[in-house]
Design a protein. Sequence first.
Length: 379
Amino acid sequence: MRQIYLLSMEADSAAADEIETLLHQRGYMVRRAEEKFAFPPARRQEVTLALWSHAAQFSSKQILFTNRAIDAWTEGRLIFARLDHTLLPRGLSDIEAIDLSFAPARIASVWKIVEAAQAIDRAAELKPSEEAGGGSDDGFSRDEESGSAAATAEKPVRRFASGPAWIVGLVAACAFVSMGFLSMPHASNLLVGLAALVWGVVAGVLAGYLAGARTEDLPEAAEDPRPAPRRSAEARSAPTAPDMAPAHGQSAPVFVSYSRHNGEIVYPLVAEVEAAGRAVWIDRQAIEAGGNWAGMIVRAIRDADTFCLMCSAEAFQSDNVRREIYIADKYKRKLLPVRLDSAEMPEDFEYFLIDRQWLDLTGIAPEERASRLTALLVR
């Protein structure tokens, strides 16, 4: 694969040129964007190297830069590097960053980029084999499989149906024997029998092949016309996240994004919604940013129909919340912002929530808050 997309600002072009040259020397193909208004999406099997800097932090495209980096992170294909010691952006401040701030040491530091890219490529190579064995459940959509692999998996295999073959063969043999005696009364019985046997075998093989092909074309679900139940996000997450709230039999739960600092407020609200029969996906235990966090969250948000964001000063400072709202916007989920306090909404959150209908709980009595939220989520 050995393909890297270099995500950087125009003001950092000198550093980007240097890093691109170093990567070329190590056998990598490097792609850079020249767009003025947006960054292009990642290509398949392409690693994104994001170069964060003071110029990026104060650029008018800072939100677009961060969103593009988060998009690569959700796919497990992000390498984050810093060109100086500017504070990392919200949503990525807990991601390990390669330090490229000391320019004379970049020749040595670029090996860290190469090692990270190789690790990502190795993980991508192992992923299909794990899925084939049923041992992987990382949450990424299976429609991301390559077209050739999908075509191979869906190609029907024709089987030979022996029952129709024997029946047609015997009937054909008898017919040929009868015709032989009628049309060739002076022919040898042995020759007539052999000819009938040969033609009977040919007819039987052809009938068995055609019957097997027709049988293969029938849907496998014909034996049981009832559709298989669709597992909820909680059910699929159970092996790796036993702390998630159980589903209530609904296929599209509500995903609740919040800061655990607000747990005392959020948990009673969620309990009321669940008691009313609405399925809820909520992380009641801190999930580390590494490991399977990306796959688990992407899967849960993708399978939900509503993204309920519990807005507060703590939530606005959370990297996890920032990533979750980006994923919800990416999959076009219905966004329901719920205001828990009067904290001012940052610009990067306003980017997603400015035109959404809000539920403001700050002016509502505590005992009425749960019913207000339930009324919106349970209909």
